[in-house]
Design a protein around this ligand. Structure first.
Ligand code: COS
Length: 380
C-alpha cells in the first residue's frame, strides 16, 4: 500500500522541531555563525526536548525511532540553521556504526551516554590524504597483547573537539585497502588522543570541525566494533542510513530559501510593481517548489526503505546528490532574487548559500554519489 501520510506522532515530532527552530534557532543562528561558536545552550534545549539521538533504542534510554523520523526533525532544524543541524546529525552518524555492529556493552556505554546527558559524538573516517577514496586511509592500528594501539590523523571531523566519544576507522595494513580496515569506539579523553578545531569555514560555522591526532592511543579489545576487517563495510552501511539525513538538510534549507524569496519578492517593488509579478522571478520560485517536492519524495523514500529493512545505497545517494545539487542551485537563486541585499549578512539568504555548499562535499561529494549510483546500475 502506498501512503504519503505521516502518523500523528510524526506530525507532532515535526511540529515540535519546527517550533523549536522558530523560537530557539532562527533568532540566534546568525550570531553563532558570525562568531564561529559552538551553540551548546541551543543544543542543550534541543536535547531536553528529545530532538537529538532519536534512533537510539529504548534499552539504551532512547526513543528507538526511525530514519524517516530523523529526517522529519532534520528538515525543520535545518530551516533554522544547517550548522546546528549538522552537529545533531553527527551524533547519528557516530551512533550508526554501533547500531549496525556494536556490542551490547558498547551500545549501553556510548549510546546510553547520549541519552543520559547532553553529550556529543564524532565519526572519524576522513584524513588529509583520504577523502573520497576512503579505503586509502592511513591511520593504523596494531595488536599489542590484548589491546590495540592507534596512530594517525583524522580531519574535517564534525564535533571533534566537543565529543565525549569517537568512532574511528583504522587499518592494520594500508596495502590491504578495504580488507585491512577496522572500526573502533573510544572515549575522547583516552590518553594520546588530542584535537584541534579547524576554523575559518565558509558556512555551517556554528558546527565544530576538527582534526584528531592519535599518538599511540591504546584501547582494549572491547573497543573493536564488529569484527576486524569489517570497518569499511560498516562505514559504507552507515552512509546508506545517514545520507538521507543529508537529503533532509537540503529540504530544510531550500524550504527556507523559497519562503524568504517569496516574502521578499512580494514586498520588493521595481518598475512600480512587486518583483513577484515578473515571470523571471516566478519561474525561479516555481522551480524551487518543484525540486522541493521531488527532494521530499526521494528523501522520505530513502528513509522509509532503511526503516523497512530495505537499505538502498542507490536511493540514499539519489537523495543526497539530487538534494545537494538542487539546493545549491536554488540558494544561489535566492540570493539573486534578493539582488544586492541578498549579498549582505543583514538578510538571511547569503547564509543559506554558504551553508548549503558544504552539503555537496561532506558525507561523500555529489560526484561520489554518482559513482555509487553508476556502480549499482552497472552491476545489474
Ligand atoms: N554496503 C555494504 N558494502 C559495501 C557498500 C555498501 N553500501 N559499498 C561498498 N561495499 C563493499 C563492496 O561490496 C566491496 O566488498 P568486497 O570487498 O567484499 O567485494 C567493498 O565494500 C569495497 O567496495 P568498493 O570496491 O565499491 O570500494 P571503493 O574503494 O571503490 O570505494 C566509494 C567506494 C567511492 C563509494 C567509497 O570510498 C565512498 O563512499 N567514498 C566517499 C567517502 C565519504 O563519504 N567520505 C565522507 C566522510 S564525511 S563523514
Amino acid at each position: 500500500m502506498l501512503s504519503f501520510d505521516l502518523t500523528p506522532e510524526q506530525q507532532q515530532l515535526k511540529q515540535t522541531a519546527r517550533d523549536f527552530a522558530a523560537k530557539e534557532i532562527i533568532p540566534v543562528a546568525a550570531r553563532y555563525d558570525e562568531a564561529e561558536e559552538f551553540p551548546y545552550e541551543v543544543l542543550k534545549k534541543a536535547w531536553e526536548l528529545g530532538l537529538l539521538n532519536l534512533e537510539v533504542h529504548p534499552e539504551y534510554g532512547g526513543l528507538g525511532l526511525g530514519v524517516l523520523d530523523s529526517i522529519l526533525v532534520m528538515e525543520e532544524i535545518n530551516y533554522g540553521c544547517a550548522g546546528m543541524a549538522t552537529i545533531m546529525s553527527a551524533n547519528d552518524l557516530a551512533s550508526t556504526p554501533l547500531l549496525i555492529a556494536g556490542s551490547d556493552a558498547q551500545k549501553k556505554r556510548y549510546l546510553g551516554q547520549l541519552t543520559e546527558e547532553c553529550a556529543f559524538a564524532a565519526y572519524g573516517l576522513s584524513e588529509p590524504g583520504a577523502g573520497s577514496d576512503a579505503a586509502s586511509l592511513s591511520t593504523t592500528y596494531r595488536k599489542v597483547g590484548d589491546d590495540y594501539v592507534l596512530n594517525g590523523v583524522k580531519h574535517f571531523i564534525t564535533n571533534g573537539t566537543v565529543a565525549s566519544w569517537v568512532v574511528v576507522f583504522a587499518t592494520k595494513d594500508k596495502s590491504l585497502r578495504h580488507a585491512g580496515i577496522s572500526c573502533f569506539v573510544l572515549p575522547a579523553d583516552t590518553p594520546g588522543l588530542t584535537t584541534h578545531k579547524m576554523k575559518g569555514k565558509l558556512g555551517q560555522r556554528a558546527s565544530d570541525t576538527a582534526e584528531l591526532f592519535f599518538d599511540d592511543v591504546k584501547v582494549p579489545a572491547s573497543a573493536l566494533v564488529g569484527e576486524e576487517g569489517q570497518g569499511f563495510k560498516i562505514a559504507m552501511q552507515t552512509f546508506d542510513r545517514t545520507r538521507p539525513q543529508i537529503g533532509a538538510i537540503c529540504i530544510g534549507v531550500t524550504q527556507r530559501a523559497l519562503d524568504e524569496s517569496t516574502r521578499y519578492a512580494l514586498e520588493r517593488k521595481q518598475f512600480d510593481k512587486p518583483i513577484a509579478d515578473f515571470q523571471a522571478i516566478q519561474f525561479m520560485l516555481a522551480d524551487m517548489a518543484i525540486d522541493l517536492e521531488a527532494m521530499r519524495l526521494l528523501t522520505y523514500k530513502a528513509g522509509w526503505l532503511v526503516d523497512h529493512g530495505a537499505r538502498s545505497p542507490i536511493v540514499s545517494s539519489f537523495s543526497k546528490a539530487f538534494g545537494a545539487d538542487r539546493a545549491m542551485h536554488h540558494c544561489v537563486n535566492a540570493v539573486q532574487i534578493f539582488g544586492g541585499f541578498g549579498y549582505l549578512k543583514e538578510y538571511p539568504v547569503e547564509k543559506l548559500m554558504r551553508d548549503i555548499k558544504l552539503v555537496q562535499i561532506y558525507e561523500g561529494t555529489s560526484q561520489i554519489q554518482r559513482v555509487v549510483i553508476a556502480r549499482n546500475l552497472l552491476k545489474g
